[in-house]
Ligand binder design. Structure first.
Ligand SMILES: C[S@@+](CC[C@H](N)C(=O)[O-])C[C@H]1O[C@@H](n2cnc3c(N)ncnc32)[C@H](O)[C@@H]1O
Length: 163
């Protein structure tokens, strides 16, 4: 499992308990992780950086890709949603490089921007794609999640070709 934007590490910790001792969670964040476990490999760095991508690709391809990553918010809603959508698009792009055929993707996105266009893209690339707002999200929060189940790799893409 790959966890993008993973610090301080609640999702990683939960995922590590779910994949068990024979599974692996690879976590990456700009800031160091506070969650540690034997089945967790954590990288501190930017998931747009080629070196970081090569490191995480060395453990792939993955069955599940999670991204709870969020841009540093500016208070400018339009700018913040655009940056959040860019992260979601990057996670979607990384599926072509890092996700197994049939794998799953969960990505946080700020509402009010490109989420409907991204739902369409999820539906093209996954057997099912939808938006999901967990009950734990505060009603006034503009965070929601895109979920894609059953990745269908476009024919032109092969995994692990990050450069
Ligand atoms: C809401 S927090 C994630 C919380 C985490 N899921 C947890 O359970 O503890 C969002 C994280 O995304 C990270 N992030 C944002 N852009 C990033 C990037 N380009 N590369 C790596 N991490 C990034 C931030 O540093 C921040 O720690």
């Amino acid at each position: 499992m790959l966890d993008l934007g993973a610090a301080p590490g609640s999702w990683t910790q939960f995922s590590a308990s779910r994949v068990g001792p024979r599974g692996l969670v690879v976590a990456v964040d700009l800031t160091p992780m506070s969650a540690h476990a034997e089945n967790v490999v954590a990288y501190t760095g930017d998931f747009y950086d080629g070196e970081v991508l090569r490191s995480i690709a060395s453990h792939g391809p993955y069955n599940v890709l999670l991204s709870d990553a969020a841009p540093a918010t500016t208070g400018n809603r339009s700018l913040d949603t655009t940056r959040s959508a860019a992260i979601a698009e990057h996670a979607l792009y990384l599926c072509g490089e890092l996700l197994h055929e049939g794998g799953h993707l969960v990505v946080k996105i700020f509402q009010g921007g490109e989420e409907q266009a991204l739902v369409k893209e999820f539906r093209r690339l996954f057997q099912t794609g939808r938006l999901f707002k967990p009950k734990a999200c505060r009603a006034e929060s503009f965070e929601t999640y895109l979920i894609g189940l059953g990745y269908r790799r476009p024919e032109s893409q092969t995994p692990e070709s990050v450069d």
